[in-house]
Design a protein around this ligand. Structure first.
Ligand SMILES: O=C(O)[C@H](CS(=O)(=O)O)OP(=O)(O)O
Ligand SMILES: [Mg+2]
Length: 233
């Protein structure tokens, strides 16, 4: 499998297969939302679009990064989300990096959104589909966020079938600027457990697939059962 690692601004052409990585925190939060029962996540272009969708669909739940804001029900924190019952709900998510990255590749034929919590399921889905060329969108810090790059490189190696020790990749993420900012209170809307939750490897057994539905980019969980008889890789 050929892997490319690009920042959002470097996406000159729409890739065929894209894995959009945001470890801290958009896609860790998305995975927790599904674990808490959410049916789907609509990725919004802007806070204004998120609020407009929330107004049009009063039963939906609006989530954005940063501090709590009027009209929004939730913030972009896995630690805060894990005690919220989202059974059957639709979540509208708008963040600085992750949701922007997914919308940038909305025309791709396959879009996966990922973090360490869904790393193996994401790699397994890429293996199942026999994708020979995959573009990893490193969403943070103009493509240089090491928590996202480390996770993308780890998934790429697992997708290629390499038996890879995750520890070094997770350690890089733990030492990233985002981890330091979340731990030190520079970022807002944070729970003390957020960094640890973002570093949990394979917490969830599903991948997350985003696709256009009636012009909205919609993220859904996708079960990827392990191969029977053991995974040879
Ligand atoms: O919520 C996050 O961690 C960031 C926003 S900020 O860097 O904290 O302002 O958004 P994300 O898109 O999840 O990287
Ligand atoms: Mg991020």
């Amino acid at each position: 499998m050929q892997a490319r690692f690009l920042g959002i601004a470097e996406l000159a052409v729409t890739p065929s297969v894209a894995v959009v990585v945001d470890v801290m925190r958009a896609f860790t939060v998305a995975a927790w939302a599904f674990a808490q029962g959410a049916e789907k996540i609509v990725l919004a272009e802007s806070p204004g679009e998120a609020l407009a969708l929330r107004t049009r669909h009063p039963e939906w739940v609006a989530l954005k990064d940063g501090p709590p804001a009027p009209g929004f029900d939730l913030v972009n924190s896995p630690g805060l989300l894990r005690s919220t019952d989202l059974g059957g709900r639709t979540v509208v998510q708008k963040t600085t990096a992750g949701t922007v990255g997914a919308l940038a590749v909305r025309e791709a034929s396959l879009v996966l959104c990922a973090g360490f919590v869904v790393a193996e399921a994401t790699a397994r889905l890429l293996r199942t589909r026999a994708c020979d060329s995959v573009t990893f969108v490193v969403t943070g810090e103009d493509g240089r966020a090491d928590e996202d790059l480390a996770c993308a490189q780890y998934i790429a190696r697992r997708a290629a079938g390499a038996g890879t020790d995750a520890a070094g990749f997770v350690r890089r993420a733990a030492r990233s600027r985002a981890a330091a900012e979340l731990a030190s209170g520079v970022r807002q809307g944070v729970h003390p457990d957020d960094v640890a939750l973002c570093l949990e490897l394979d917490r969830f057994p599903f991948a997350m697939v985003a696709a256009l539905e009636d012009s909205l980019m919609v993220l859904r969980p996708c079960a990827v059962p392990p191969p029977t008889g053991g995974d040879p890789s």
